[in-house]
Design a protein around this ligand. Sequence first.
Ligand SMILES: [Zn+2]
Length: 448
Amino acid sequence: MLAKVDMDKIVSLCKRRGFVFPSSDIYGGLGSCWDYGPMGAELKRNVKDAWWKAVVHERDDVVGLDTSIMMHPKVWVASGHVDGFTDPLVDCKSCHLRWRADELDTQRCPKCGGELTEPRMFNLMFRTFMGPLEEEASTVYLRPETAQGIFVNFENVVTTSRKKLPLGIAQIGKSFRNEITTGNFIFRTREFEQCELEYFVKPGTDEQWLNYWIQERFNWYVKLGVKKENLRLRQHGKDELAHYAKDCYDIDYLFPMGWSELEGIANRGDFDLTQHARASGKELTYYDAEANEKYVPYVIEPSGGVDRSVLAFLIDAYDEEEIEGEKRTVLHLNPALAPIKVAVLPLSRNEKLTPLAKEVNKRLCSSFVTDYDDSQSIGRRYRRQDEIGTPFCVTVDFQSLEDNQVTIRDRDSLAQIRVPVTELNAILEAKLKGEAFDASDLWATRQK
Ligand SMILES: [Zn+2]
């Protein structure tokens, strides 16, 4: 089973419409690094905002955190990353290419058939030096996950938030892994952004909370428009569990290259707090006043990749349609994710239309992310808005000058309706909130 759109089309749309560019493009790009353009920056923000809203703001049992990328080096010893966060590498003795031993199914170099060296363990953390001395004592790492910033702040957050368990601490931020194999556009990169929640629970309730978060996170993607048939759940086999995990499930998405992980939901047990308590000498326990007992909480961790979510939302929204003999490319993005919510398009760049069109845009832009566009034909401007997933276009025409009404065009149904300028904000707000795609009585007329 393969996704209906190939990656080249997505990459091409992303470049053409300003979603994603190769990093350092004018220098020929840098391997596995990508820059988000004007549309991509908005989309990525919206994905993170939707996550934060669902995981932090709409709940009373989760608080947010924003910790530094560089941490005390002892953190990574205690967490197991210095010793355990490694891939086995082999070198080809002929062409000197480097391979991951666990991904090879031959004993020879896949490129040239040459002989391979014995596997050596390669640590995936980026290392650098803090301060002016480049010596072992000043070595620091760029974090390979945001989670550890949460664990080492557990005591600070519990004390200051005055909350009881179960308590979640959420964080969005950049992480870095010096992966040997990267690729598939923004799916696997060495610098990437994570949305991580560490949800601290009483031991014994962990399995129930693991199931709860699997459901919650699966539904989040569905609510934001990802088709259910393109999602699946997969339990990790014992041999692929990370060193800290008791149990782990992946939410996979059907990417063009096949089923691949969007998010992992792991039961980390008490591994992290126990390790940090031992290494720091601080007691990292929780006093449960109701049960009058002290324990080290267990942790359920939903950990998602922002960049690969962005990619999945783009792929899932992508469609090529034929509308009365004419082809259009459209992103059926959920309005909450769409980079632009409303485009204001005067029928043409005409000195009589411009003042009213600008006035309409001014009315809207404090409430919605808008795009004002008066270049080229109206048809081409509609196509452009379809390609970036703008849910609504508002058109100002010569009749508007007479009756002070404008036309709203729906991206998906292509239905059009004329409304008074004075009611435009209220109508668009209602549509964007979720009635957007219902067949409503308001959609009086339909044009091609
Ligand atoms: Zn070789």
